[in-house]
Ligand binder design. Structure first.
Ligand code: NAI
Ligand code: NAD
Ligand code: ISE
Length: 336
């Protein structure tokens, strides 16, 4: 059985996901694409040699009879309407993070999915599929280092474009940790605070960079997360869990170690596409298999909502300078 997939938004990640479905994964084929920039959509069809129709907009693509499942890879603010339309059409939908740009938007999706009576949505929080994060989780769950007490994390991008604004450090970048850490710790968040170190000279005037997000969880774990999106030197993700009896660190990506010219060195990746390349493959394969078996898993709408509530509190904290509470609605039994 082949799942016929429609891709909405064929930019950086939309094209990369279309490539992996076509060249790497099993069980799916891209039969439809759309992008507000139609030239971009046509370019992807040509570059990847797809047998796919280019639709005028996302709604027409979702309604197409030959499209079984949807990938939403357009800009964050467009996600909510496409996911709601896919649910209304009764079609499986994989939505890139964020599920919606506000907690309220995510809740609309949660409510629609519960009303549909069936899980239809998987959110693109790929770190849960990363081998390194899975090793870290297994170690915590096996009580290897005792109860986790503190986490020191960093999310560093080499550079970001001009259109990247201060709130995006939370809603576009830290959102990965906001999902991965509650999954890792099997915990939820109590509060968020943001403090600003001295600004790097390598930034646009409108952007506060770096930032430090200080998090407290319901179990009392304290997390400091450095978000530094113009760090210049590479794409670098760090996570160190300090427990009662030891410390567990996220493994570094594998790289060649060199001894040369009186130096011992190894390379650091620069592109997010490469850092989590295997996790993207595994998450999408999982989605395709879920569509085949008519039962999808992976990060849910509820997880998208939980990350968005935390992100909303963190954005408020960016502006207030205060410790802001994280308040969620009660979890529907549908998601337990
Ligand atoms: P991008 O800007 O390269 O691509 C977005 C594309 O969506 C553009 O081609 C744009 O023309 C198109 N688009 C925008 N609105 C549209 C609409 N209404 N209908 C159809 N197409 C529309 O952005 P990028 O980096 O590919 O990011 C896209 C999404 O993927 C974002 O939500 C981003 O947060 C997420 N993302 C996730 C990553 C991950 O690690 N999981 C990594 C990078 C992005
Ligand atoms: P991008 O800007 O390269 O691509 C977005 C594309 O969406 C563009 O081509 C744009 O023209 C198109 N688009 C925007 N609105 C549209 C609409 N209404 N209908 C159709 N197309 C529309 O962005 P990107 O880097 O590919 O990011 C896309 C999404 O993927 C974002 O939500 C982003 O957060 C997410 N993302 C996730 C990861 C990850 O690590 N999981 C990495 C990068 C991006
Ligand atoms: C981008 O959208 C991603 O999702 C990347 O994983 C992240 O590192 C980057 O900061 C975001 O802009």
């Amino acid at each position: 059985m082949t799942i016929n997939i429609g891709v909405i938004g064929t930019g950086a990640i939309g094209e990369d996901h279309a490539r992996r479905i076509t060249q790497t994964l099993a069980g799916g084929q891209v039969v439809a694409v759309t992008d507000v920039n139609q030239e971009q959509a046509r370019g992807v069809v040509e570059r990847l040699g797809l047998q796919a129709e280019v639709y005028a907009n996302g709604m027409e693509l979702i309604a197409a009879d030959n499209v079984d499942a949807i990938l939403v890879c357009s800009w964050g603010p467009t996600h909510e309407e496409f996911v709601l339309a896919a649910i209304a059409a009764g079609k499986y939908v994989f939505c890139e993070k964020p599920l919606a740009v506000t907690a309220e938007g995510c809740l609309n999706i949660v409510k629609a999915e519960v009303a549909a009576g069936k899980r239809l949505v998987q959110v693109g929080f790929m770190r849960r599929y990363d081998k390194g994060y899975q090793m870290l989780k297994q170690s915590i769950d096996s009580n290897d280092i005792g109860a986790p007490l503190m986490l020191h994390c960093a999310h560093r991008n080499p550079t970001v474009p001009d259109r990247y604004v201060t709130s995006m450090a939370i809603v576009d970048t830290a959102i990965h940790e906001l999902d991965a850490l509650r999954w890792l710790l099997d915990d939820d968040y109590k509060s968020m605070q943001v403090v600003y170190p001295r600004r790097t000279k390598n930034r646009f005037e409108h952007l506060a960079d770096p930032q430090i997000l200080l998090i407290e969880t319901l179990k009392g774990v304290r997390i400091d997360l450095e978000i530094f999106v113009n760090c210049q030197y590479g794409y670098d993700i760090q996570c160190s869990v300090v427990g009662e009896e030891g410390i567990a660190n996220l493994p570094e990506p594998q790289s060649l170690q060199m001894r040369k010219g009186a130096k011992l060195s190894h390379e650091i990746l620069v592109d997010w596409k490469d850092r989590f390349i295997e996790s993207y493959d595994v998450e999408l394969q999982d989605f395709i298999r879920g569509c085949e078996q008519d039962s999808i898993g992976g990060p849910s709408s509820w997880d998208g909502y939980a990350a968005a509530v935390a992100a909303d509190a963190a954005v408020t904290a960016q502006e207030s300078g205060q410790v802001e509470p994280v308040v969620m609605v009660e979890r529907p039994s549908f998601y337990s």
